[in-house]
Design a protein around this ligand. Structure first.
Ligand code: ZN
Length: 183
């Protein structure tokens, strides 16, 4: 038996102010995709000192209504994020490219009390309080911030060697000087 309800599918606008107020109390399913540059994510932008022109995140969102075990409709939201940022390596202090590919599945609940009562041992779904003006952009930014490494580091053995970080006023490599004398 197919318990999936067929509801009108609405395309989510990638416009930033529209993303800050999505009506998840409506009897509609949503589908949307877009790209967020770092400047659209102020809390994340604050954390990062170095960034490349291609840094940012492609997002993809899809909601769905299904019936729970007792037949009551429940709404889930699937968020997929793919992109890249430059993070400062805590070992050699040089920026490195961090590729990002995450997805999360959320369940809408009617209020904070229901979210608090949600069993934490269920790590398949995370509860979200549904609202008519839901801050989807905030959710995307939260998810990125939670998924970045606490102590970013190059993979083992990939740090920038300190001899390549030589400043312009440091002495020249003595071997290069000897080679010039031989000529
Ligand atoms: Zn490093």
């Amino acid at each position: 038996m197919n318990r999936k309800q067929v509801l009108p599918e609405v395309k989510i606008s990638a416009n930033l102010s529209a993303l800050r107020a999505v009506d998840f109390c409506a009897a509609e399913t949503y589908l949307g995709t877009g790209f967020l540059p770092l400047k659209a994510l102020p809390r994340l932008d604050l954390e990062l000192t170095n960034c490349g022109p291609d840094d940012g995140f492609e997002w993809h969102i899809q909601t769905q209504f299904t019936a729970d075990a007792s037949g009551k409709p429940e709404q889930t939201l699937l968020l997929k994020l793919k992109g890249q940022v430059h993070l400062p390596c805590q070992r050699c202090l040089q920026a490195f490219l961090f590729p990002f590919n995450e997805q999360a599945l959320f369940l809408f609940v009617p209020n904070e009390a229901a979210a608090d009562a949600y069993p934490i041992e269920d790590d398949r779904l995370e509860p979200l309080v549904a609202s008519q003006h839901f801050d989807l952009l905030g959710l995307i930014e939260d998810e990125i911030l939670l998924s970045l490494p606490l102590v970013p580091k190059h993979p083992e053995g990939h740090c920038v060697p300190s001899n390549l970080l030589r400043g312009p006023d440091e002495p020249e490599n003595p071997f290069k000087v000897l080679k010039n004398i031989k000529k």
